[in-house]
Every structure is written in C-alpha cells, then in structure tokens.
Design a protein around this ligand. Structure first.
Ligand code: ADP
Length: 399
C-alpha cells in the first residue's frame, strides 16, 4: 500500500473526506472518497474507491454521537483501508484565514488559537473546521495536520478590490473583503491552465454554484475580485444565505423589529436565500421540479443575481474571455447554465444547447466571443496537494 494523505472538509452536519495514495510517480490516486452525512440526526457513511465502487456503507439509526465519535469511526476505517503507519498527514479545509494566513500552514496550538478569532466571521463553518482539527489531533497525535484556507487564493486581489468605504481605522483592523471558495477556485485555475492555457491566461469568471455560491474574477489565473466579502454571506443568493443586501436592512431588523444579533444571524445565514424566497427548499433540484410560483421566483432571482454580479466582474476584468461553471449546480444543471448564459448573451456569449444538455467540457459555440466551460471542482484534492507540499516539501508531484 502506498503512503496516503487524507483531506477532511467538516461542516455542521457532514464530514466529507478523500484519501489519496501518494504513488511512486507522486501522482495522487484516490484510494477512497466519501462522506458521513446527517450528523446529529441519523448519520450515513459511504465511501467509494477511485472508480466509484462502494467500499463501505453504514447507517446509524439514532444520532450515534457527534462529529468526534464519527471522525473516530472514519479514521479507524481509514487505518484498516490504508494501513495506519502509511498516513503521512491530514489536511483540513478551514474557511477563514483572515489577513494573516495567506497560505496553508502546519497546525499548531497557536495556529488554532489564532484561527478561533475568525469564528464570528464564519459562524456556519469555522467552528466545525476547528473542532475537527482538534478532534483529529487528539485521535491521531502523531500525524501531521495542515490547515488550508478558502480565503488564501484571493490574497492576490488589489487593495482597491478588498477595501470597504468605511473609516480607515476599521479597515486597518481587518474589516475588509476576503473572499471564499478559494480552494475550489485554485483547483479550477490549475485545471484550466492544463486544459486550455490560452483561456487560462486571459480574463475568466469562475462560477462556483453549490449550496454556497460565488463568482471569482481571474486574470491570468489569479483572483482579482470575487463576490463574497468579509464573510461568506455577501454576493450571490445562495441555498439559505441572502447574498448582498443593503446594510440598512440589518439596522432596520434590529432597530424597528427589535431582533437580536443572533436572530439576524440565523435569518441571514440559514433562513434566507433560495429557501427563504421559495418557502419550498434550499435545494436547486427541488426548486426546478416544483410547480410553485415562489420556487420559480427563487430560481429567477438566483440567475438574475449571478448575471448582475458577473457584469460587475466583467468591469473589474475590463472584458471577458472565458466563463467556467463548477460545483453542484454549476456542474449538474443545464437549465441554470442556460438561463445564466442567456442573460450574458450581450457579451457575445453563445452556448451550444446540445453540448450544454450533455454537460460537455466546452458548452459554447465556435462563434461565441466567450468560451464557456464546465470544470468539476475538487477541493479535497487541492487540500491533499497543499498538505503534501507542507509535510513533504521535497516531493515534486503531479495532480
Ligand atoms: P456544497 O456547497 O454543500 O458543497 P454542492 O456543490 O454539492 O454543495 O451543491 C449542492 C447544490 O447542487 C444543491 O442545490 C443541489 O440541488 C444542486 N444540484 C446537484 N445536482 C443537481 C442537478 N442535477 N440539477 C440541479 N441542481 C443540482
């Protein structure tokens, strides 16, 4: 069995993971990938090998403990699958790295303490990311662990793109735009450089459309602007998050409606977005299948805001050569891709209906002034690559 590296992406009710073998060629081969979902209710664990064959599937009928217990189950299963002595390291997705963490870091107690300061900036994700780091460190104290940040890829943005129009002292304190989904965008940028170097060297908007959703403006593969800001609440309308909103609404909710900060947080992060607008579901598949007018309006708003924000990023880039769709909705929904592209037709962007329906790698026509591609993202692989770079810096490898 080859040496292995484990990527962990831990959320409020799920643990996503991927275990890679680090072969003699230093390519990363999937040994097993999967998730434990439904943590806190009835957890379901499934793992597949690199060809998609199910290696293990298990359900627990009751809550069966929280994250730590289930992480223990996962690590024990991985020890059996990979051989405990072969686990070189564990890489963790950490949503917020603030201004200080511009690149992945080896985990130390000091790093965890510094990262805890960002919990209020990413309340849906950061506490779970850090709890997983602490649990994995306790369960496998001998295995080096690395934190990889969703904010880091955006550190190349010019200061003007990250500044808010607020008093300078607050900006200096770190109240600025950071941007998220960086591991996904970094993976997409690298994949694009391999698949289409000419497009990668130009002006590209990458659209990460999943439960969380954002756009990133890339110039020559580097982030120059993005729709998420200080927190992952800004920008597009998402599954349950509101996206960009007049800050006056928040003042109104607190002052006129007497809502407490925690209630506003719950409203904006968990009860808004597609779920709030439709009253039906946060899941795009449900909305596309629903006959409800409110579901149609939620989809319409989702698409409208993508096109509007894309227009802003075209201005940041001073033009557009390519558009990339990625993540759950971007990779799997021809309907949403078609609606977004229709609204962006003014850019000379034209999609091939058949290629779009088939989910082809390139979905624009030969005449389109903007090349439109689908690139499946792989945040777990990006985490594994960073983790190996940190723990075995002498290795040179291919993705
Ligand atoms: P997360 O942000 O949790 O990683 P994903 O990237 O997995 O989310 O995206 C989840 C979203 O993708 C959900 O809204 C889901 O409905 C949507 N999705 C997945 N498959 C399809 C599909 N075939 N058509 C439309 N939406 C889809």
């Amino acid at each position: 069995m080859a040496d292995a590296v484990l990527s962990l992406n831990v959320g409020s009710s799920s643990i996503k993971f991927a275990l890679y073998g680090v072969g003699s060629t230093d390519a990363l081969e999937v040994i097993a990938a999967g998730k434990i979902e439904g943590i806190g209710s009835s957890p379901h664990f499934i793992a597949r090998d690199g060809s998609g064959r199910i290696l293990v599937e298990r359900r627990w009928e009751n809550a069966a403990g929280g994250h730590e217990l289930l992480l223990d189950e996962l690590l024990t299963w991985i020890d059996k699958t990979a051989g405990a002595e072969r686990l070189l390291g564990i890489g963790h997705r950490v949503v917020h790295g603030g201004a200080g963490f511009a690149a992945p870091v080896r985990i130390t107690e000091r790093a965890v303490a510094a990262l805890s300061a960002f919990i209020p900036l990413a309340p849906l994700h950061q506490p779970h990311n850090l709890a997983a780091i602490q649990a994995a460190t306790a369960l496998r104290p001998g295995v080096p662990q690395v934190a990889c940040f969703d904010t880091a890829y955006h550190q190349t943005q010019p200061p003007v793109a990250t500044r808010f129009g607020i008093p300078r002292a607050l900006s200096d304190e770190g109240i600025r735009r950071y941007g998220f989904h960086g591991l996904s965008y970094e993976y997409v940028a690298r994949a694009l450089a391999r698949l289409d170097p000419s497009m990668a060297s130009g002006r590209v908007i990458a659209a990460h459309l999943g439960n969380g959703a954002s756009l990133c403006a890339m110039a020559g593969g580097r982030s120059i602007d993005t729709t998420m800001g200080f927190t992952a609440l800004d920008g597009l309308v998402m599954g349950t998050r509101c996206g960009a909103i007049d800050p006056g609404v928040i003042l109104y909710l607190e002052q006129a409606k007497g809502m407490r900060a925690e209630e506003v947080q719950q409203l904006l992060y968990e009860d808004s977005g597609l779920l709030g607008v439709s009253g039906v579901s946060s899941d795009m598949r449900d909305l596309l299948a629903s006959p409800a007018e409110s579901a149609r309006q939620a989809v319409e708003l989702f698409v409208y805001r993508i096109a509007r924000e894309a227009g802003a990023l075209v201005s940041s880039l001073a033009g557009l050569d390519g558009l990339v769709f990625t993540a759950g909705i971007g990779e799997n929904s021809p309907a949403i891709r078609a609606l977004v592209c229709e609204r962006l037709a003014w850019l000379g962007l034209e999609i091939d209906a058949q290629a779009n329906a088939a989910g082809a790698a390139t979905i624009s026509t030969a005449n389109s002034r903007v090349t439109v591609r689908i690139i499946p993202t792989d945040e777990e692989r990006m985490i594994a690559m960073h983790t190996l770079d940190i723990i075995t810096p002498h290795r040179a490898r291919t993705a």
